[in-house]
Design a binder for this molecule. Structure first.
Ligand SMILES: N[C@@H](CCC(=O)N[C@@H](CS)C(=O)NCC(=O)O)C(=O)O
Length: 292
């Protein structure tokens, strides 16, 4: 399948999608210029249009189009970019098989994978923690329009159910949200421990796993849980997060790509204050630390 294109690399993405953020960070790190197709998701279901479903029948972002060929799935895209320009910019995917296996395992723990249930790993808990923002954005459209779009056009029916619940309820049940928070605490503690090696990045040198941690930490700030990244209880993470933000890729790939409706939703949901779940996050962090 060849997609209409004008540039060698083109990216279909959304400002705040975690997977899109990782790919943009990778493009910056590899110093690969690209044409940007910035879309909206929950605001207008831009990913469910006929045109976009021709580009990605799974109706999700990101999609990298290289010389007209679409590449799906953020990790595959990151590996692909590294192979396209092995000697250019930051190497993202290690050359030796042993490290590749370790990275693959860490990815499963952190990634947003369809096979991992929401709240069962760090990545899906970060996504789950964003549900109040998503609900706020979905509420800008009539309920019937949302339900119609997702049930009729979204190929993943479990997402249609999830988005309908968010649109109608304005969020998820407290019990489920707390599950995400508890899983976040576990993920933060294991990241803190992994960084005990004293090196700058998760695997010593910067690698693709660090693009994911950047997106996850940035999201914790968006959902008003960012204070945890400044906590003296997590000194390795605190220093690591500052290092990630100081990289030249951070501004163009993250800050310069914010979507207006997401920023508005953040303001409406949290009003610049810490999340009401912040104390619970601190509490579970302390509990899990003592249990470890
Ligand atoms: N495994 C895919 C996941 C892609 C994905 O779920 N993308 C989300 C944004 S992070 C999306 O497009 N959601 C919109 C929807 O499902 O309607 C990847 O790594 O790229």
């Amino acid at each position: 399948m060849t997609i209409e294109h004008t540039d060698e690399f083109e990216l279909y993405h959304y400002g705040e999608s975690l997977c899109s953020q990782m790919v943009r960070l990778a493009l910056e790190e590899k110093q690969i210029p690209y044409k940007s197709h910035h879309m909206h998701l929950e605001l207008n279901a831009g990913n469910l249009t006929k045109e976009f479903r021709k580009i990605n029948p799974s109706a999700v972002v990101p999609v990298l189009v290289h010389k007209g060929t679409p590449i799906y799935d953020s990790w595959e895209i990151l590996k692909y970019l590294d192979q396209c320009a092995p000697e250019q910019g930051t190497p993202l995917w290690p050359k030796d098989e042993e490290s590749q296996k370790v990275i693959d395992a860490v990815i499963m723990e952190n990634a947003l994978d369809r096979d991992v249930e929401l709240g069962e790993n760090f990545g899906t808990s970060v996504a789950g923690a964003s549900t109040y923002i998503l609900a706020n954005i979905l509420r800008r459209r009539p309920a019937l329009a949302v339900i119609w779009d997702y049930f009729v056009k979204h190929p993943m029916k479990e997402r249609a159910v999830a988005f309908t619940i968010l649109r109608l309820r304005g969020g998820l049940p407290d019990k489920l949200y707390k599950k995400f928070i508890r899983r976040l605490a576990i993920g933060l503690l294991s990241t803190e421990k992994a960084l005990d090696h004293g090196k700058d990045y998760m695997f010593g040198d910067y690698s693709m796993i660090d693009t994911m941690m950047t997106a996850h930490f940035h999201r914790l700030e968006d959902v008003a849980l960012g204070d945890i990244l400044q906590s003296d209880e997590l000194p390795n993470i605190k220093a690591y997060w500052m290092r990630l933000q100081a990289r030249p890729s951070y501004e163009p790939a993250m800050l310069a790509q914010h979507s207006w409706e997401w920023r508005e939703a953040m303001e409406e949901v949290y009003g610049g204050k810490p999340s009401p779940y912040f104390p619970y996050l601190k509490e579970t962090l302390t509990e899990n630390r003592s249990a470890a």
